[in-house]
Ligand binder design. Structure first.
Ligand code: PHE
Length: 451
């Protein structure tokens, strides 16, 4: 299994990397604003149901496909289903998804760098909520600065991917994620003790299905896929490095559980503050970047915590961008026979160009829209809400219907050495429940039925 072209070669490294890929801006930036736009508590409930009943089995499926085939997502189908080349289309969809996500994700990751600088130079000190909002708008709508921070983030990611990722990621996830976790708890405590915080908690935890729509269900599904990095085949690659005698259920539950916990903490840190400061929960991508600086302003040692928080957020984003770039580079190296360094540089340039369009679409190019969405929002919505669930659907159909049941059992139980008592439930979910649920949610959500 040693393969020098690949970044991840050890078991712990692969699991840490999968967790690092899952935890990122999706939890702290995207989850709160998507929840805010979709009515709060009802979204949370549906989200958690999706994580447990679809997220975990789907994650196991991608891991299992990777471990069985010992290959990346495109090659996996070549190995597992040599006669039906059509399945490789899923790999290609995953690649397109990777390019699109990395493009807008690197823009937001760049924002975190600017926010580190702003916090360190006292940029938010003494400002009220409106003024903090103004800082965000001015920054994201300006033409150059977001491009520079995006480029910086791409370079940082590129250098790490070229130098080899394994040790770095392991260290990052093991030491820094617990610090991020503690800091989030601290922020939660500050946020819920603000005057007027209880409204926010109600918004987050009290399901109100009156304003909840089929589109909201689709958004919750998309958020679950996005946050767990499911549906684009990235986890297939990581699966190929997980040891045969590791229980995939345990591994997946751990990753999905941690990921959801961090998203929840982000929600508890943000919504009470949103209501306490009279901000709107529906404000979209700006939500975290406006709310949290206000919380820091209201804390003793706020500046120190602000710097620490944005540094950790940048690192959480970095472990995700590394996985996004790694998957694209791996494809170029293995399928196009490129050198690792050439692939990294070329892909980073392409991403910079597409990402620049995403970034500018929030400011000077915002008049250009497709279906009412600017390019940034379009990329975000298309990938998370459509491509990833479609990719996940294809995985379930392949593993539940086309691949032999005994082989699936063999893979999950390591040829019978693991008990895998859950197998029946797992198989039932990926054969019937998951495909049906995915199809229904995709169709009703896309057509806006019941809105
Ligand atoms: N899951 C990552 C996050 O929550 C985003 C991501 C999606 C990373 C898809 C890789 C692939 O930040």
């Amino acid at each position: 299994m040693e393969n020098n072209q690949r970044g991840f070669t050890s078991n712990i490294g692969a699991i840490a990397a999968a967790a690092g890929s899952a935890i990122g801006l999706g939890n702290i930036w995207r989850f709160p604003y998507t929840l805010g736009q979709n009515g709060g508590g009802a979204f949370l409930l549906i989200y958690i149901i999706f994580v447990i009943f679809l997220g975990v089995p789907l994650m196991m499926t991608e891991f299992a496909i990777g471990r069985r085939s010992q290959s990346n997502v495109v090659g996996a189908y070549r190995v597992l289903s040599p006669k039906h080349k059509g399945w490789m289309g899923i790999g290609i969809l995953g690649l397109i998804c990777g390019f699109m996500i990395y493009s807008f994700y690197s823009v937001v990751a760049g924002w975190t760098l600017n926010y580190i600088a702003l916090s360190a130079t006292g940029g938010f000190a003494g400002k009220d909520a409106a003024a903090v909002g103004e800082i965000f708008t001015q920054f994201t709508q300006s033409s150059y600065l977001p491009l520079i921070t995006q480029a910086a983030f791409l370079i940082l990611t590129g250098v790490i991917v070229v130098m080899g990722v394994q040790k770095g990621i392991e260290k990052f996830t093991k030491i820094l994620m617990p610090i991020l976790f503690l800091l989030m708890i601290l922020l939660c405590v500050r946020s819920v003790t603000l005057d007027g915080a209880s409204e926010g908690l109600k918004f987050l935890f009290k399901p109100d299905f009156n304003n909840f729509t089929a589109t909201g269900v689709l958004s919750a599904l998309g958020q679950a896929m996005f946050s767990l990095s499911i549906g684009m085949g990235l986890l297939v690659t990581y699966g190929s490095y997980i040891r045969k005698n590791d229980d995939l259920l345990k591994t997946s539950v751990c990753i999905a559980g941690t990921d959801t916990l961090i998203a929840l903490l982000a929600g508890i840190a943000i919504f009470p503050a949103v209501f306490a400061f009279g901000l709107s929960p529906e404000s979209g991508p700006s939500l975290v970047f406006i709310t949290l600086p206000n919380v820091f302003n209201n804390m003793p040692l706020g500046m120190v915590f602000a710097i620490l928080f944005f540094v950790l957020l940048a690192i959480a984003a970095l472990t995700s961008t590394i996985s996004l770039l790694e998957i694209l580079v791996l494809w170029a190296v293995e399928e196009l026979k490129m050198k690792r360094i050439t692939a990294t540089i070329l892909i980073s340039f392409v991403i910079f160009a597409i990402g620049a369009v995403c970034s500018l679409s929030l400011g000077s190019w915002s008049d250009f829209t497709i279906g009412g969405l600017c390019v940034f929002d379009l990329f975000d919505e298309l990938t998370a809400t459509y491509f990833m669930p479609i990719g996940a659907l294809a995985f379930t159909i392949f593993f539940g219907w086309f691949y032999r049941k005994e082989e699936v059992w063999n893979e999950l139980s390591n040829g019978g050495t693991l008990k895998a008592k859950y197998f029946k439930i797992y198989y039932f979910i990926i054969r019937y429940i998951a495909p049906l649920a995915l199809i229904i949610v995709l169709i009703t959500g896309a057509l806006g039925i019941g809105n």
